[in-house]
Design a protein. Structure first.
Length: 287
């Protein structure tokens, strides 16, 4: 079973594409307590969670002890729940090969996030792992996304034959994309590299999320930015849900820190259940 099959199965089992981000805050924990905190979160939220997404930076910030906490955290996640390593790697050649070995042979993530700015050759070492999934940056959830991701692409053609196949639009020498925003260009090009490539599109941009879904109807999309960043889970479902495996909607702080103190795990469970129910209701409502 590859990552996308595993994700679809788990999404059906819990009834919604909820992803819980396991991102422990530096100012709220001692590193010695992180693994126990995460284990309690996983035990409390697993009944409602389609996948987990630890961002590796939140463990690297404590150095080697933090990475040990990540190791313990991953061991606590049930085998039937996929794990996305939020790592956003973006390099090429033997560096990318080394990253791929680290992410899959060492950490054994089911899927990872990547930055495709360097082009297909930076992604190929990861594609050598046939059962894993990939989410490449497209339209991110931060306000600064507009600095670059909305730049208009005037050049035609797109350079990859695979992008022509993905878009279904052909022209002499390539795909006509004059006037297309960069994030749309990236959606078409990157998903054209492989059918196993999905995209990262923020919940804070529901109109853009809907547009990306129009452009790439079959790609899986990872949607961060729900909760503390202000994105709406229901709006994300309405914009891009096409069935189990098509979407992952992630929340981190709003679940991990729904409450602090002795009742934090129960509060996290309640927050996860409420968000799962909101997503399930949105997924069952005709567009």
């Amino acid at each position: 079973m590859n990552y996308y099959e595993k994700l679809a199965a788990r999404t059906r089992a819990v009834g919604a594409p909820l992803c819980v981000g396991l991102d422990p805050a530096f100012d709220k924990h001692r590193v010695e307590d992180v693994a126990d905190f995460n284990r309690a979160i996983v035990e409390a939220t697993a009944p409602y969670t389609a996948c987990y997404k630890p961002n590796i930076a939140f463990y690297e910030q404590w150095g080697i002890p933090g990475l040990r906490a990540l190791e313990v955290t991953l061991a606590a996640i049930p085998d039937d729940i996929p794990v996305i390593g939020d790592v956003k790697r973006g390099d090429m050649g033997n560096t990318a090969e080394a990253y791929a070995r680290a992410m899959f042979d060492q950490w054994d993530f089911d899927a990872i996030t990547l930055n495709g700015y360097l082009g297909l050759e930076s992604i190929e070492p990861y594609l050598a792992y046939p059962d894993r999934g990939f989410y490449l940056l497209c339209r991110t959830s931060n306000p600064g996304a507009r600095d670059l991701q909305y730049a208009t692409v005037h050049d035609a053609p797109l350079f990859a034959d695979s992008a022509r196949r993905a878009s279904g639009v052909t022209a002499a020498g390539g795909v006509e994309v004059a006037g297309r925003p960069l994030f749309e260009h990236m959606a078409l090009v990157q998903t054209g590299w492989s059918e196993r490539i999905g995209l990262v599109v923020g919940a804070t941009a529901p109109a853009e999320l809907r547009r990306v879904r129009e452009l790439v109807p079959n790609a899986s999309i990872l949607v961060p930015g729900v909760g503390a960043q202000g994105g709406s889970a229901a709006d994300s479902i309405a914009a891009a849900w096409t069935g189990p495996g098509s979407l992952v909607v992630s929340a981190s702080r709003s679940i991990l820190y729904a409450a602090e103190g002795a009742g934090f795990a129960d509060a996290a469970a309640n927050a996860a259940r409420e968000l799962r129910d909101e997503m399930a209701a949105a997924a069952s409502t005709p567009a």
